[in-house]
Design a protein around this ligand. Structure first.
Ligand SMILES: NC(=O)C1=CN([C@@H]2O[C@H](COP(=O)(O)OP(=O)(O)OC[C@H]3O[C@@H](n4cnc5c(N)ncnc54)[C@H](O)[C@@H]3O)[C@@H](O)[C@H]2O)C=CC1
Ligand SMILES: O=C1O[C@H](COP(=O)(O)O)[C@@H](O)[C@H](O)[C@H]1O
Length: 257
């Protein structure tokens, strides 16, 4: 991919995980409403994703977009998710179509489907003997307005694919942490996404050919209730990490290369 890739929300945690693995692999155009705090690969545009004109300008000559910018707080109020997450996603998809961008990878969330974690199922569903797997074909079941905003983003992506021909992949990201999985948090261990698997997954989102996809973004954890089969099939995702290979902060069992 020779043309620039636009990364929105570049200054955040997911953006840093992606750049940590892929800084040298693409010509990056980074975008965030906050100015950069240190060195960064590529151009850096300071803009809000709700500003159509600024986003359309930032898309000029871009082949693909990874759209991360938004309010990531599960407890975020409606006013914030409406503006930053829903209006922001609509602006990004629309500008992508208008600029002739080929594909957009959208950062969705586990919170779009959090209500599948019923009282009857938890905590057993977080354990490796449990057989439930959500695979991306199920309807959204958010537990909070943040999750509603992510389901809305997925639906906006569907619309811009079906009506405007944009290729879209929605990645329902689990729980991204650096270095090791969450400690004493079974749910977080079941949906852990390591930094290197995160970078690899979004690399696949840039490289693979697809139409419209919803996939789960987690490492290959023994404990899991999200299937990673669709990410493997549609994108060629090959995760290397597994929360079961850690004892607290220590890696105790290196997965085979
Ligand atoms: N970190 C995680 O485990 C997960 C993250 N996600 C999603 O991934 C995306 C990135 O999350 P994180 O990196 O964790 O969040 P973060 O808060 O670390 O980064 C978000 C970045 O977006 C920027 N931003 C926010 N609103 C903006 C706007 N209106 N215009 C321009 N820039 C804006 C912020 O300045 C920040 O740099 C979010 O959409 C979040 O919902 C989804 C599931 C899990
Ligand atoms: O969507 C997100 O999910 C992760 C994991 O959720 P949590 O409720 O287990 O913490 C969260 O850490 C992240 O901030 C959020 O954007």
């Amino acid at each position: 991919m020779d043309d620039p890739v636009l990364l929105t929300g570049a200054g955040g945690r997911v953006g840093q995980a992606i750049l940590g693995g892929l800084a040298d692999d693409y010509e990056w155009r980074l975008l965030d409403r906050e100015p950069p705090t240190g060195e960064h690969p590529g151009e850096y545009v300071v803009a809000d994703v709700t500003d159509y004109d600024a986003i359309r300008d930032a898309m000029e000559g871009v082949s693909a977009v990874i759209h991360l910018a938004g309010d990531p707080r599960p407890e975020a109020p409606w006013s914030s998710v409406l503006e930053n997450n829903i209006d922001g996603a609509k602006t990004v998809f629309e500008a992508a179509v208008d600029a002739g961008v080929e594909k957009v990878a959208f950062a969705s969330s586990n919170h779009a489907v959090g209500a599948y974690e019923t009282d009857e199922r938890t905590p057993e569903m977080y354990r490796d003997h449990h057989e439930l797997r959500l695979d991306g074909t199920e309807l959204p079941r958010p537990t909070n307005l943040y999750g509603v905003s992510k389901a809305a983003g997925e639906t906006l992506g569907r619309y811009y694919h079906d009506q405007h021909g944009l290729d879209v992949v929605c990645v329902r990201i689990g729980n991204l942490t650096e270095g090791h999985p969450p400690i004493d948090y079974e749910r977080g261990q079941a949906m852990w996404l390591s930094y290197r698997d995160c970078a690899h997954l979004f690399d696949r989102c840039l490289q693979a050919d697809y139409d419209y996809e919803i996939v789960y973004g987690i490492s290959d954890n023994d404990r899991k209730y999200y299937s990673i089969e669709r990410a493997k099939e549609a994108l060629g995702y090959e995760p290397r990490d597994n929360s079961a290979h850690f004892d607290g902060e220590e890696r105790v069992d290196e997965p085979e290369a």
